[in-house]
Design a protein around this ligand. Structure first.
Ligand SMILES: [Zn+2]
Length: 202
């Protein structure tokens, strides 16, 4: 029997092997410190691992009757560039009809021009990682303004500090990660041990 949805451990192995999951002493743009960092595009640079992750996530959507019964009249939407390969992989696995992605343009999340009211199918919003849920929430508002509804959302990794549902729709993930984050040097164990820091850009 083929493993239908890869386990937490096998996903973490893929993320470690590809360099997407990194251990060390990271300083984030908001000043917080953490012993882990996810650079998810590194897992999506290889076709084989990208496919395992996207197909695995797609299976979490396919079992939802509200989703499977509407296929292929569904759109798969990424809130940002990091989620684009996830969206293409999930779209492919579900054979969904449409794909869209939003981009940050002068500080605001938007779709490209000329995506019109009424054109967007009911959607599944997917990202590579959900840290706070803000990107998905903003994208739900974008699709709502175009007359479409979000019927599913998810990512390869969800931080356990992020919401488990958005707009009443459960958030799916292959890995639920309890990410320790320290507000300052004073609470950070790596700082106390004088581990050299790495500044991360996102
Ligand atoms: Zn530190």
């Amino acid at each position: 029997m083929v493993e239908l949805i890869p386990s937490h451990d096998s996903v973490m192995q893929i993320l470690k092997r590809t360099g997407a999951f990194r251990e060390g002493h990271f300083v984030h743009p908001n000043g917080k410190h953490s012993p882990h960092y996810f650079q998810m595009p590194l897992a999506f640079r290889y076709y084989d691992t990208a496919r395992v992750l996207a197909v695995g996530l797609s299976r979490k959507f396919r079992v939802e009757k509200d989703i499977s019964s509407r296929l292929p009249k569904i759109s798969v939407i990424s809130p940002s560039s990091g989620g684009i390969p996830v969206a293409f992989g999930v779209r492919d696995a579900l054979n969904a009809e449409q794909i869209y992605w939003a981009e940050q343009e002068t500080g605001a999340r938007r779709f490209r021009q000329y995506v019109n009211q009424g054109e967007v199918n009911p959607c599944i919003i997917v990202d590579d990682i959900i840290r706070s849920g803000n990107a998905i929430e903003e994208t739900v508002r974008l699709v709502g303004a175009l007359g479409s509804a979000m019927i599913g959302s998810g990512a390869i990794v969800r931080f356990t500090s992020a919401p488990t549902e958005i707009d009443g729709v459960p958030v799916k993930a292959l890995v639920e990660f309890d990410a320790p984050m320290y507000d300052s040097e004073n609470d950070c164990p790596q700082c106390k041990e004088k581990v050299p820091t790495e500044q991360v850009r996102f």
